[in-house]
Design a protein around this ligand. Structure first.
Ligand code: ADP
Ligand code: MG
Length: 246
């Protein structure tokens, strides 16, 4: 379970996340939706501490870290949170000079110091989970965007994160290639992978997410079960947004 309490983030004088409190139960998928610039990416980046929140608390598994404007949490605390998160980016960010298989093995070899054969068989199992086993020895540049994203998902899963954070995972893809990625994420969701997915893609959100958080101008406007938010949101603002992207 992930719990964010009163999390805020400013860049200089600009408040980008304003008092965000949110719980993501283990095994559930939350979609972060809302207009561009609302703070979705910043929130994901704060959860894995690519950005350090200005104030508030993050509780993730056995790690609890408090933030305050004056101080920065210790390196150990930061690592403890980071180790429990995996991140998938809009533009994949695979290592270009490594094959698909090597991309997935990388963290196992360099961070976990696994022996090569063990890392290889684990990485192959993950590639087969995302239907990319047949492209194991291929360079990223020769793969389609949907294939690259599936390798990136396998790479993010390699370290067995407690939560998979996905930032617009289908936004750079043509509809057909996005479908492959939606299917893979749907399968992971059905297997009980905890995920937070920032997305404009209502098909992805409605197919994969159980909970929806609507974020605008750094604030949570509304949150609740996906079924309710998509059909019968309480807030007029949320209803308008949902109908505009339908
Ligand atoms: P979203 O992902 O919902 O489109 P973002 O989290 O990317 O929103 O951005 C939220 C706001 O924070 C925007 O106004 C953006 O300009 C600002 N922002 C994001 N990153 C930075 C940064 N590193 N420095 C200054 N402002 C930033
Ligand atoms: Mg974004």
């Amino acid at each position: 379970m992930i719990e964010l309490s009163h999390l805020s983030k400013s860049f200089g004088d600009t408040l980008v996340l304003d008092d965000i409190s949110l719980q993501v139960p283990e095994g559930r998928v939350t979609a972060l939706v809302g207009p561009s610039g609302g703070g979705k990416s910043t929130l994901l980046r704060c959860i894995n501490l690519l950005e350090i929140p200005s104030s508030g608390t993050i509780c993730l598994g056995d790690a609890t870290v408090e933030f305050s404007p004056g101080g920065r949490p210790g390196w150990d605390a930061i690592q403890k949170i980071r180790r429990q998160t995996g991140m998938v980016f809009q533009n994949f960010q695979l290592f270009p000079h490594r094959t698909a298989l090597e991309n997935v093995m990388e963290g196992l070899l360099t961070v976990l110091k696994w022996p090569r054969e063990k890392a290889k068989s684990h990485a192959m199992a993950l590639l087969s989970k995302v239907n990319m086993e047949h492209k194991a020895d291929t360079w990223p540049a020769t793969l389609s965007g949907g294939q690259q994203q599936r390798v990136a998902i396998a790479r993010a899963l390699a370290m067995s994160p407690r939560v998979l954070l996905c930032d617009e995972p289908t936004s750079a893809l043509d509809p057909e290639l996005a479908t492959e990625v939606v299917e893979v994420l749907g399968r992971l969701a059905a297997e009980g992978t905890t995920m937070i997915i920032a997305t404009h893609d209502l098909r992805l959100a409605s197919r994969v997410a159980e909970d929806v958080v609507f974020l605008e101008a750094g604030k949570i406007v509304e949150q609740g079960p996906a079924r309710r938010i998509f059909r019968d949101a309480e807030q007029e603002r949320t209803r308008r947004f949902v109908s505009s992207i339908n």
